[in-house]
Design a protein around this ligand. Sequence first.
Ligand code: SF4
Length: 456
Amino acid sequence: MQSYYIQTFGCQMNYSDSERMESYLQALGLTKGTSFHDSDIILFNTCSIKQKAEDKVYGYMKQISEIKKDKPDLMVVVAGCMVRNSSSKYSSERDRLFSTMRELDIALKTEELPKLAMLAREIDPETKIPEIEEESLEDYFKISPTHDSAPSKAQAFVAISNGCDKFCTYCIVPYSRGREKSRKFDDIIAECKQLAENGCKEVTLIGQTVNSYGLSKYDGEHETFGYLGEKEPFVYLLEELDKLSELGLERVRFTSPHPKDMSDQLIDAMATLKTQMPHLHLPVQSGDNNTLKRMNRTYTVEKYRDIVEKLRAKIPDISISTDIIVGFCGETDEEYQNTCDFFREMGFEHAYISQYSERRGTTAQRFIKDDIAAPVKKQRWYDLNEILKDNSRKSLERFRGRTVNVLVENKHDDMYFGRNEHYKSVQFRSGRELIGKIVPVKITEVGEWHLEGELV
Ligand code: SF4
């Protein structure tokens, strides 16, 4: 029997895709290998959000080249964001990756996963990978994921859309993953229902801009979204998922929403549905309108502030985290200072702060000069992280003495780790078996990034 090994890079969406790839390969009769060395097929599920992420894959190819010397039949597949055209090394129209990766056998677009068997036949007509029926080629989302990338069995990531229509100038996703397409509503509900019946307590809905679910012009063709009237498809989805609390589903999170689609309806749903948690990760990217414009973020600082004010009015204790890029093309000292001021004003409790780096194929790379010197980017990154540390410490202080509910994710010796309603990392000791349970913990200590407490 043939075995496979999947190496995943990038965001949670890619890990979710790998879960689908995994169950697809298992359905074909392949078994999971433990390393590159004991596998017949190695699949790299790639990310192209940054040049560094692509360079990592090229780095692995040196290792693969060595393994192939002893194992010439090893099949190397590159899938995911780096691929533009599903093809094998013998296809007439090959992906551009074949010109830079001589170890590569198959390039596979994620949504074309079912083409793997056909492409494998181009490499080896005798391959043991069976063909699958035409019917199941239709929709990549129909492949059930293994759900094993979440920290515990009580949690699962559920993809609800793929691709993006927003075209931020620094981002490759609309080109690598294509235009936004939403998954069928009933399929999402069915998957979540099954998860809840199997003991899942927390579902995180994922998509590039998760809250524009069902709003893309390509989704207009979907009959599912036609009958909702004034109700937004994403809000309707949250409402229907809320009903699964009867089956034991307690938490529904989503990531990442786009500020443009943060509607009043959605804020109301977050404030009223019992499965909604008091935490939102809402990428802002910059606190300056000129920078936002160059980034094509399609909202202003004022609009973002308005959303946060509405959220805080309806959910007073909500934790808000964000993404920021510092040193974007043309970011002046004043613009950067505006971002720092906005960061403090919004009281972001957590943030993924990155230094801008040019990404080949994006609008910014083609038309806007990457003119901020590396040491300046580094210094801005460092300074903003200092503000973040301060915000984080202050935000965690409010939990001291409070009892919070922790979904327990893992443990080392007798120390348990999990997350509370606000998505804060919480540690506590216990001798009992608690992984996958939601337990009350009284907070006794506050660290820079986490809380510690005692089981109540
Ligand atoms: S919203 Fe912008 S940053 Fe996010 S995936 Fe779409 S284009 Fe990229």
